[in-house]
Design a protein around this ligand. Structure first.
Ligand SMILES: Cc1cc2nc3c(=O)[nH]c(=O)nc-3n(C[C@H](O)[C@H](O)[C@H](O)COP(=O)(O)OP(=O)(O)OC[C@H]3O[C@@H](n4cnc5c(N)ncnc54)[C@H](O)[C@@H]3O)c2cc1C
Length: 664
């Protein structure tokens, strides 16, 4: 299959401006006749639905939640990147582009990333106009903080609730369109299948989650903004019901899944405490602006802490290993997530973990309390303040910055992080892979578009912190409203699509058969049981580090698990009613196919890059070794039960030189 990314010609920094100024438009009178389905109303989907509605299209928006406000985007804590250079610290569109390409380990598409950096500035203006309460400096300018992998401050934030505030902004715009009638909202509707008619995406099949009713919905094109699939690992920082179903149904209808093995493991999460857990909690990366990561230098001290004979406070400064500062002096605690996560694994593999399971390291704010405390005392005119005053003032400053995160930590861990360093460990957090899309955000199925975390396009093998919100909103507010016109300008003579055709009937029947099959198994194990076992296989063999033998074993285990799933699954109740167990089971069925594809993708990629670390390909000091000669491509997989089929999009770098990523 020829994967044409449709990258416009011209200089990198002129491509987008020129392209959007010369592309085909749909006239207002035609827009009013054209229908668009948007599935997903998180940041990417709500932004897209609102903007397309405002432009005059007839939009139908779907979410399985009871309100767009529930989308997982609401969980985003730390912030959103934009190249505004308010700090005057050397930021620019080019630097954001470069940092993102480098951060993604040179496995993303130059043109898409540059466009993302360009429109990042518009997003902030848009959000401010909507009333999003970003933090401000004393002088009134919006405040910024730093995230990993960069040396400038370009992250805009609203305390630790940035996603929530941005989502309220997008939801507000969406609500306006709903009230004006340009967007029809379908809450509690889960997409079950994609309808492809005469080679174009023309509709979806949904299940009304409250009544169980299967419905057909038609439109001139379909936009998927259905989020990421980190929950294939069962334990992750994602909301419990994040899933891959919409994207995977599209894959079953011919769309390609790109780079599925690129998984982001976030270094600062609350460590797992036991086997009964179904969710992990993120402590925002913003905390690494001020927190210092360490483990005891000796295994004995670590053991004493694990056994409760010592605490962090008993370990003197000279016996602590601030390993990120030691190994990566240029970026220190702000190395990118993949690097920080692997370093934590190395420390705990050496036996220096500081929680009972052995899988934890410290994140310590003592130096920040002192630094901020001294500065606060100085500005209050307190001369020669004692340590007690300094620490008190410092803690107040930190509380103003991260108070809600500290409270959350204390509620979960039962330990006061103002007194005792936090305990953290890496956890699955984000998926860089997703549906393959071209420059127009269109998949290889004509008329099917994918936005936000559901597509693969901008982050390469590793996403830099605070770039997902940027991408979701860029896609929704500023890219799709233009690029969808490239497809729709050829559809102005197409009458309204009806749901009567055979393609709709076939998709409806196949959905009913799929769900009936699941209901009919009547075995002995819950969907949760299979999901948990799948997650363990994924984490063990396709997690923070991978090798060929493990990946092959993992793949075989998933195939066995899939067989067992279809032989021994138990779902209570019936199909024609509210049935959360059926919802879960259908999602797990899709995760089982995705999981195998991830193993196959990771097996194929015989190199280490970003979040994909193959143990066979590392330097002597344990750093990732890319293979640019053989692997500078995007893998795009066609699902096939026997053996997924690989298609490749070669990545061409004309503006940056491929270098070994170094943060030392
Ligand atoms: C704890 C946490 C903190 C984060 N913090 C940050 C941060 O500070 N900065 C940052 O840049 N990124 C952050 N991220 C990542 C970021 O939040 C997400 O990548 C982003 O919000 C995804 O947005 P989205 O619109 O693509 O998808 P989502 O917000 O996940 O929305 C998906 C939508 O699709 C709908 N949907 C899914 N499947 C179906 C279906 N089959 N049928 C109907 N509807 C469906 C859902 O109902 C929902 O409306 C964080 C992630 C986590 C887990």
């Amino acid at each position: 299959m020829n994967l044409n990314a449709k990258i416009p010609a011209g200089n990198l920094d002129e491509k987008w401006t020129k392209y959007r100024s010369t592309m085909n438009l749909v006239a207002p009178n035609n827009k009013r006749r054209i229908e668009i389905i948007v599935v997903g109303t998180g940041l990417a989907g709500a932004a897209a639905a609102a903007t397309l509605g405002e432009l005059g299209y007839k939009v139908k928006a779907f979410t399985f939640h009871d309100s767009p406000r529930r989308a997982h985007s609401i969980a985003a804590q730390g912030g959103i990147n934009a190249a505004k250079n308010y700090q005057n610290d050397g930021d620019s569109v080019y630097r954001l582009f470069y940092d993102t390409i480098k951060g993604g380990d040179y496995r993303s598409r130059e043109a898409n990333v540059h466009r993302l950096a360009e429109v990042s500035r518009n997003i902030i203006d848009q959000a401010v106009a909507q009333g999003v309460p970003f933090a401000r400096e004393y002088g009134g300018l919006l405040a910024n903080r730093s995230f990993g992998g960069v040396q400038v401050s370009r992250t805009f934030y609203a305390r630790g609730q940035t996603g929530q505030q941005l989502l309220i902004g997008a939801y507000q715009s969406l609500s306006r369109q709903i009230s004006e009638g340009s967007v029809t909202m379908y809450n509690r509707h889960e997409m079950q299948d994609l309808v492809v008619q005469d080679g174009k995406a023309r509709g979806i099949i949904t299940r009304n989650l409250l009544t169980g009713k299967l419905e057909k919905h038609a439109a001139h094109c379909v936009v998927l903004a259905t989020g990421g699939y980190g929950n294939v690992f069962y334990l992750s920082t994602n909301a419990m019901n994040c899933n891959v179903t919409a994207a995977w149904r599209a894959v079953n209808r011919g769309a390609l899944m790109a780079n599925p093995c690129y998984t982001q493991i976030h270094p600062t999460c609350i460590p797992q405490s036991g086997d009964y857990q179904s969710k992990l909690t993120l402590m925002s990366e913003s905390l690494r602006n001020d927190g210092r990561v360490w483990v005891p230098k000796t295994v004995e001290d670590a053991k004493a802490i694990r056994e409760g004979r010592k605490t962090a406070l008993d370990i003197p400064e000279e016996d602590r290993d601030y390993y990120l500062e030691r190994r990566y002096p240029a970026f220190g605690n702000l190395v990118p997530r993949d690097v920080a996560s692997r370093a934590a694994k190395t420390a705990t593999d050496e036996g220096k973990g500081i929680v009972k399971t052995g899988l934890g390291v410290f994140l310590d704010f003592t130096s920040a309390f002192e630094r901020y405390g001294k500065s606060a005392a100085h500005s209050k005119g307190i001369h020669n303040p004692g340590r007690e005053v300094i620490m008190k003032l410092g803690k107040e400053e930190i509380a103003a910055k991260y108070g809600n995160l500290f409270d959350m930590y204390e509620n979960i861990m039962g330990e006061d992080p103002y007194v005792m360093p936090m305990r953290i460990y890496p956890a699955v957090h984000y998926t860089m892979g997703g549906l393959w899309v071209d420059y127009n955000l269109e998949t290889n199925v004509p008329g099917l578009f994918a936005l936000g975390e559901a597509n693969f396009s901008d982050h390469g093998a590793n996403r830099l912190g605070a770039s997902a919100l940027m991408q979701g909103l860029a896609d929704g507010y500023f890219v799709i409203p233009y690029t969808i016109g490239q497809f729709l300008s050829n559809e102005i003579r197409t009458p309204a699509i009806t749901t009567d055709g055979p393609a709709f009937e076939e998709a409806l029947t196949s959905t009913r058969n799929r769900l009936t099959r699941l209901m009919g198994i009547q075995g002995s194990k819950s969907a949760e049981d299979f999901h948990k076992r799948l997650g363990k296989i994924m984490w063990e063999y396709c997690g923070m580090s991978r090798n060929a033998e493990g990946l092959q074993k993992g793949r075989d285990m998933i195939r066995e698990l899939r067989k067992e799933f279809y032989a021994d699954l138990f779902i209570p109740g019936s199909m024609d009613e509210f049935n959360p167990e059926l919802e879960k089971a259908a999602r797990v069925a899709d995760f089982l196919e995705l999981g195998e594809t991830m193993m196959v993708d990771a097996l194929d990629r015989k190199e280490s890059c970003g979040g994909h670390f193959r143990e066979e390909y590392q330097s002597e000091d344990g750093e990732a070794q890319r293979n640019d000669e053989d692997f500078t491509y995007t893998s795009a997989w066609e699902w096939n039960e026997e053996n997924p089929i690989l298609h490749k999009e070669d990545l061409v770098f004309e503006n940056v030189e491929l270098k070994t990523r170094s943060y030392k």
